[in-house]
Design a protein around this ligand. Structure first.
Ligand code: 26W
Length: 811
């Protein structure tokens, strides 16, 4: 926490501006003003950062390293100001200089180095670790281009590269002196040295991994942890390797380009695995650099390698960083000279793994040939891990050949990352109760039988600092006035808000705050999309990645149905609604892109039909990202969490919405179940098939989409509308959606759940008209959202998986 007053802040800011830009403040552009502010705040943070690192080195506390291919941080300025405790001073001080803080904050590029839930979870976790005094650091890739920027042109998604570094990045510090070399390709020579077989890597292509460090500031606790992102560079020319010494210029350029491509761009797929060699290179690149630097630092400060697992935890975010296991083995065996058994024991105790999806198509497996030539030594180690593990399997399951080949790490010409992650970690967790149960009973049941004690649940969470304090200051103010500010450090205290829900003046204020947030959102919608929407209408929102299992299609079909009903009966008695969508589709995912186009065409048709315009409007907001989510969520009335049951591992936007007082319409999937358990049946609208029913259909069949079509006129009409030219002159335009539902028998039960979804929406309509009851429901949701703070989640990881001392209780 930084202590200062407004006057000294102003002085420091004016000086900083002058120093940086060499002109007077009043002559500067907003961009320059933002840069000066960022730089000043960075200076404040730097002192804290230094102190924190000193403290960690001195106390020798256990360090946690969170390895992730993705960190979806969003903007950092606002959060940093909040966490160091000078946001108000800064806001007021700038105002006196005629500068609007919010305007400067809006100039910051989102740090969008992630796809969706998994990447944002990593960012929330970093914030919670720092705020709970846990020495926990991120390790990932500094992609030159983050998640693509989405433009909507003629209703279609167009991808534009995200050049997020073009104005520089005030938060990062390049640490060339801490670079590591990562080795690709080459051969392994086996030699005997002092009676021991040693493995020497020769003829490899070296890649220089340069770390860029960003401080992660804890909430008013004087802690700044580190997010270390690695950038790939060519090693300098002095490096001796044979092809270059002949002065082969083109080869040298080729080498440089191929090296730099490693950290060039984030893969925009978040549910579908493709065996791309570049992705494998990315994975090994950051994992190897990260582990090498951890061990180097550990030894530099006198660590005993046999005590590594007491002093260090390495957590892998899904299977993407699984090569941490063989890489740590490599270092312990080849560089530290440990025996296999010792190295294995230490590795398993150091590493833990979270699974984030049960979608089979997301499971990573690499072709052996490709893997072996890229990472020859790592391949040898995986082979040996697999050999020993299969021996264990043979002795536990004699004669069960099928089972063993199913569970093996290597099989069918591929290396399977999930089995490797399970075998090499001491803990495997799912991200919500149902998800963990499905892992244990179904997806990973063979492994659960083998290692029952490794499996556990850690229901996801979100940082209430960003998703409530920062994004919804008015609601935060109301909460502070009614229940005090204790909930900021102890989010479970939000429960006390429930005691105020019979106070009509509190409910009035709650309603007023929601309305003002909706006005603000309406303004943004108008600015960005040029559509005017009425803040008095129900804001009904589905924002997330576009995917068949998330069922944006079902949402769109019910809007089409409602439109039909309104045309048939202009007096239909409904409260006006604004349907808001946002989300990106993977560039190669045709069906998802087609869904975006459908939504936009439906929006166009409806928004231009004066017969229905006082009742419904549809908006697709371009370029969904963290900063847009911060604008949308506080202004939402209805949160759509409508995935096919069993498919959404947890969901995290569901938690953000409830924390901001939206009512959830949900299937009993992922963390929706836990939200329902918290708020009670009366404060959430549940619909659709349950998990047993879905699993039963998948196992035994018996579902016919065509039957649904033939027996329900509403379904027949909206499906026909997909192909009769109503929403596009080209009748084939939305055929893929139609065929998915009818010809391919609706894998995600859109039609099966349709009726119950419509009923859920009718219920919302009725509830919303009873203003007082609605406000109370919102209040109950807010009051019960504390358990979904990522502080709770991180405390459970710390005590249940990492074994790190949790000191925050003593704060
Ligand atoms: C190999 C390509 C790929 C890349 C990323 C496959 C799968 C992923 C992620 C596991 C997808 C993801 O983001 N999963 C989401 O993780 C969130 C955080 O736990 C959950 O809340 C979401 O339910 C889950 O879909």
């Amino acid at each position: 926490m930084v202590t200062m007053d407004k006057k000294s802040f102003k002085k420091a800011y004016v000086n900083k501006f002058l120093e940086m830009h060499g002109i007077e403040l009043k002559e500067g552009t907003n961009q320059q003003k933002y840069e000066a502010l960022g730089s000043l705040v960075r200076d404040y943070v730097t002192r804290t950062w230094l102190r924190t690192n000193k403290k960690y080195n001195k106390t020798g506390e256990k360090q946690v390293y969170y390895f992730s291919m993705e960190f979806l941080l969003g903007r950092l300025l606002g959060d940093a100001l909040l966490n160091i405790g000078i946001r108000d001073i800064c806001k007021e001080g700038l105002a006196e200089l005629n500068i609007d803080l919010q305007e400067l904050e809006n100039l910051e590029e989102d740090q969008g180095l992630g796809n969706g839930g998994l990447g944002r979870l990593a960012a929330c976790f970093l914030d919670s670790m720092a705020s709970l005094n846990i020495p926990g650091h991120g390790c990932g890739i500094r992609y030159k281009y983050g998640f693509f920027e989405q433009k909507i042109i003629d209703g279609k998604q167009v991808e534009v590269s995200d050049d997020w570094l073009r104005h520089g990045n005030v938060w990062e510090r390049r640490n060339s002196n801490k670079a590591e070399i990562v080795r690709f390709g080459g051969d392994i020579k086996v030699e005997e040295r002092n009676g021991r077989l040693t493995f020497v890597h020769v003829n490899y292509a070296p890649v220089l991994a340069v770390p860029y460090d960003t401080p992660i500031v804890g909430y008013k606790n004087g802690i700044a942890n580190t997010l270390r992102l690695w950038s790939a560079e060519a090693v300098s020319n002095e490096f001796d390797f044979s092809s270059f010494s002949r002065g082969d210029f083109l080869k040298a350029i080729e080498y440089k380009n191929s090296v730099e491509s490693i950290s060039q761009v984030l893969y925009p797929e978040d549910s579908f695995y493709e065996g791309k060699i570049l992705r494998l290179k990315q994975q090994y690149f950051f994992v190897s650099a990260g582990i090498q630097s951890i061990i180097r630092h550990f030894k530099k400060h006198g660590g005993n390698i046999f005590e590594l697992d007491d002093k260090i935890s390495i957590h892998i975010n899904d299977t993407h960083p699984t090569l941490a296991i063989p890489e740590l083995m490599r270092i312990l065996l080849d560089e530290e000279g440990l025996a296999w058994e010792d190295a294995w024991r230490i590795t398993e105790k150091t590493i833990s793994y979270t699974n984030h999806t049960i979608l089979a198509e997301a499971l990573e497996k690499w072709p052996i040939d490709m893997f072996k030539s890229l990472l020859p030594r790592i391949y040898m180690i995986i082979e040996e891990i697999n050999r020993r593990y299969c021996e264990e399997l043979w002795s536990k399951f004699p004669g069960q050949e099928n089972k063993i080949s199913r569970m093996a790490i290597i099989g069918n010409g591929q290396i399977r990352m999930a089995p490797l992650a399970i075998v090499g970690s001491h803990s495997i967790n799912g991200v919500a109760k149902l998800h963990t149960e499905i892992l244990k009973k179904k997806e990973m049941s063979d492994f659960y039988y083998l290692y029952p004690n490794k499996f556990n649940n850690k229901t996801n969470g979100i940082t209430h600092r960003r998703w409530l304090l920062k994004s919804n200051p008015k609601l935060t103010q109301l909460l502070c006035e009614t229940i005090g500010d204790g909930f900021i450090k102890h989010p479970l205290d939000l429960q006390n808000f429930e005691n105020h829900l019979n106070d009509t003046s509190v409910l009035d204020r709650l309603a007023k705050i929601k309305f003002e947030n909706k006005q603000k959102l309406a303004k943004i919608i108008f600015q960005n999309q040029n559509i005017s929407v009425d803040p008095k209408s129900i804001f009904d929102v589905q924002v997330k990645r576009i995917h068949a299992y998330k069922r944006q299609t079902m949402n769109c079909l019910r809007i089409m149905d409602l439109y039909n009903k309104l045309i048939d009966n202009p007096n239909l008695d409904i409260h006006p609604r604004t349907f808001i969508f946002a989300g990106k589709a993977a560039p190669g995912y045709y069906l998802a892109k087609n869904t975006i186009e459908l939504i936009n065409n439906v929006a166009d048709k409806i928004n231009n039909d004066s017969r229905v315009n006082d009742k419904i409007k549809v908006v697709f907001m371009e370029n969904y990202r963290v900063s847009l989510a911060e604008d949308i969520i506080p202004g939402t009335d209805v949160s759509e969490q409508i995935s096919t049951t069993t498919k959404e591992a947890s969901g995290t936007s569901n938690m953000k919405f409830m924390m901001n007082g939206a009512i959830t319409v949900a299937t009993l999937d992922g963390a929706n179940i836990e939200i329902k358990d918290e708020v009670g049946d009366d404060n959430i609208i549940i619909f659709g098939l349950n998990a047993d029913e879905v699993l039963n259909y998948y196992r035994n069949g018996g579902y016919s989409a065509l039957e649904m079509y033939n027996n329900d006129l509403r379904i027949k009409n909206v499906l026909n509308d997909l192909i009769n030219g109503k929403y596009h002159n080209d009748r084939d335009r939305f055929k893929s959606i139609y065929e998915n539902l009818i010809t391919y028998n609706d894998e995600f039960f859109v039609l099966k759940d349709f009726d119950s979804y419509l009923k859920a929406q009718d219920k919302i309509d009725k509830l919303y008209r009873n203003k007082r009851e609605w406000q109370k429901m919102c209040g109950v949701n807010i009051a019960h959202s504390g358990i979904f703070s990522s502080d709770r989640t991180i405390e459970q990881y710390a005590t249940g998986i990492w074994g790190s001392e949790v000191l925050y209780k003593n704060l």
